[in-house]
Design a protein around this ligand. Structure first.
Ligand code: PMP
Length: 456
């Protein structure tokens, strides 16, 4: 017997009275830097559904920016957090080991180790701190200073991270001077190929561009690391061509440069594999990085970040780096529970073998449906992604990005009860909890289809 799929339930016009009241107080007292694109104030959540303080229930297609992989208030995660918080909340990992983080590190490295090469983990509270740690480690290990990053990238808001970030000048304007010795090269975006290349040749074009820098501009033996998002997140949910990351690995090897993959947004199962680089080069074997940064989905919303590095690279001296809260045991408990669900050690009803498996199944379904919509809506220039990491790019008739249309679409979807978020210049990202069922996906797709029809 088929039950009717759950639908968003809007009880008030948006914003409702309590939402409006809290938003007004928020505008009075919180940082002027916060953005408030949609009038939504959460009260509670359950799975892929979030209810606001006025009782309006929305379908969550953005998961707090690709964070809430297990959905809201997952019972398995809640239980793990409750159990740990009654034992102890904090001792400080910099000075004392704690079994829950030891076992978490053992568990995480299993997903990257190969050929008997050992990896180690440094825990932070956020993505930006993991990125900072990666830059410090790369400089400390190589004795070199320069870091190469990509255009369109996002690596966080701390000084090192904003320097590396290659998108939106608002992140940098008025904040300088930034970190010295950082350069940016284009990202191989097959939909908008840089350097006069084509979708097929853009990866090789970027690699050739880096080699040219080494000949005339930047001595390769002064470059500590190249940092790249294996799939670009904030820049527009972009998947590079298959030959780019293996080529980048080879380039780094030729010049003794460390390769850092920032997996903060695309990692932790979102693309259907634990880390997004594992979609390339023989399951990642031909593009194994030296350092990986992770955060967001790693602990279902508890603050946790991680730097994973090859043991041969993690050579910084005792006491040279640490963090008071990094690797907090309550966050680590949430991370263990998250991994249980991602790996399929604990099954989530209706989600196949594991949440990674579900991300692949439901992601392929959404990608297929969105591609069908492209023939109906000429302004959908590109539909791309892997698993539940999907980008939808809006274009003008001449093919240039249509940010204004994207904004209208995004707001109209919100008003129909679908929480979504933009990225890039004209992209809507679909980054729902990985427990999204096909049925709930269809509900979201119907809202999207209806919205796009109204836009036509
Ligand atoms: N790296 C990437 C790829 C990200 O997407 C983000 C956050 N959007 C960060 C780093 C920064 O993470 P955090 O906000 O946790 O510092």
């Amino acid at each position: 017997t088929a039950t009717k799929p759950r639908q968003p339930e809007l009880k008030t016009t948006l914003p409702g009275p309590k939402t409006a009241e809290i938003m007004a107080r928020d505008a009075q007292h919180l940082s002027t830097s916060y953005m408030r694109p949609y009038p939504f104030v959460p009260d509670h959540g359950e799975g892929v559904w979030l209810t606001d303080v006025d009782g309006n229930t929305m379908l969550d297609f953005f998961a707090g920016i690709a964070v809430s992989t297990t959905g809201h208030a997952h019972p398995h995660v809640v239980k793990a957090v409750q159990e740990q918080i009654t034992k102890f909340t904090h001792v400080c990992l910099t000075d004392y080991p704690q079994e829950i983080t030891t076992s978490l590190a053992e568990r995480l490295v299993k997903h990257v180790e190969r050929d008997g090469e050992k990896w180690r983990v440094f825990f932070s509270n956020s993505g930006a701190e993991a990125v900072e740690a990666a830059v410090k480690l790369a400089r400390n290990h190589t004795g070199r200073q320069h870091i190469i990053s990509t255009m369109g990238s996002f690596h966080g808001r701390t000084y090192g991270a904003i320097t590396l970030t290659g998108s939106k000048t608002k992140y940098k304007r008025g904040f300088g001077p930034l970190l010295p010795a950082v350069s940016h090269v284009p990202y191989p975006n097959p939909f908008r190929p840089p350097l006069g290349s084509t979708p097929e040749t853009c990866g090789q074009a970027v690699l050739a561009h880096i080699e040219e820098l080494f000949v005339g501009i930047l001595p390769a033996d002064e470059v500590a690391a190249i940092i790249v998002e294996p799939m670009q997140g904030e820049g527009g949910y972009i998947v590079p061509p298959a030959d780019f990351l293996p080529g980048l690995r080879a380039l780094c090897d030729r010049h003794g440069i460390l390769l850092i993959f920032d997996e903060v947004q695309a990692g932790m199962g979102r693309t259907g594999k634990m880390f997004s680089y594992q979609h390339f080069g023989n399951n990642g074997q031909d593009c194994q990085p030296d350092i990986i940064t992770s955060a967001k989905g790693i602990a279902s919303g508890m603050p946790l970040g991680a730097l994973l590095a090859k043991e041969s690279v993690m050579t910084w001296p005792v006491g040279s780096h640490g963090s008071t809260y990094g690797g907090n045991p309550v966050a680590a408990a949430a991370s263990h529970a998250t991994l249980d669900l991602l790996e399929g050690v604990v099954k989530h009803p209706g989600c196949g073998e594991s949440l990674m498996d579900n991300a692949t199944q439901v992601g392929n379904y959404i990608l297929g449906e969105l591609k069908k919509m492209q023939s109906e809506f000429p302004f959908l220039g590109d539909v791309r992604g892997e698993g539940l990491f999907i980008g939808l790019e809006f274009v003008k008739p001449d093919g240039s990005p249509d940010g204004a249309l994207r904004d209208r679409a995004s707001m109209a979807m919100f008003e129909k009860g679908l929480l979504n978020l933009d990225c890039g210049e004209a992209v809507i990202r679909i980054s729902p909890p990985l427990i999204l069922t096909r049925e709930d996906a269809e509900t979201g797709l119907t809202i999207m289809r209806d919205t796009l029809r109204d836009l036509k």
